[in-house]
Ligand binder design. Structure first.
Ligand code: HEC
Length: 108
């Protein structure tokens, strides 16, 4: 025969993670965007979005909606550039949202 265990703790964990999911499902995460940025984009656009060479634009503090629009434009081919377009090809909408959330919040 099984011993009856308390499910109170399990219930609390479930409730709080459900709430976190409900709150965070659509919200862009700047911290995730920063990690992504620093793993890829930093090579050209530079630390904290200040670029390392004249041919690369600064991205720090750019408007969030503009960043989302332009990254989708590169991804779908509406805007073309032989260097940047391939960078946007593999990005999901979530990636783009997170990157834009990070870059638009950089202030110095
Ligand atoms: C190999 C270098 C390189 C890498 C890596 C790179 N980019 Fe770019 N990026 C460029 C160049 C060059 C341009 C300018 C393209 C043009 O003139 O349209 C650009 C343009 C952009 C723009 C448009 C800026 C504006 O003012 O319109 C955004 C946004 C951008 N990049 C974001 C990113 C993000 C996010 C990543 C990482 C996922 C990334 N880039 C990785 C080279 C790069």
């Amino acid at each position: 025969m099984k011993k009856k265990k308390s499910n109170v703790l399990a219930g609390l964990v479930l409730a709080s993670s459900t709430m976190a999911m409900a709150a965070g499902a659509q919200a862009a995460d700047p911290a995730v965007g920063q990690a992504h940025y620093e793993s890829t984009c930093v090579a050209c656009h530079g630390p904290k979005g200040i670029s390392v060479a004249p041919i690369y634009p600064n991205l720090a503090g750019q408007k969030e909606q503009y960043l989302i629009t332009v990254l989708k434009d590169y991804r779908d081919g509406t805007r073309t550039n032989p260097i940047m377009a391939p960078m946007a090809k593999g990005l999901s909408d979530t990636d783009i949202g997170n990157l834009a959330a990070y870059l638009s919040r950089i202030r110095d």
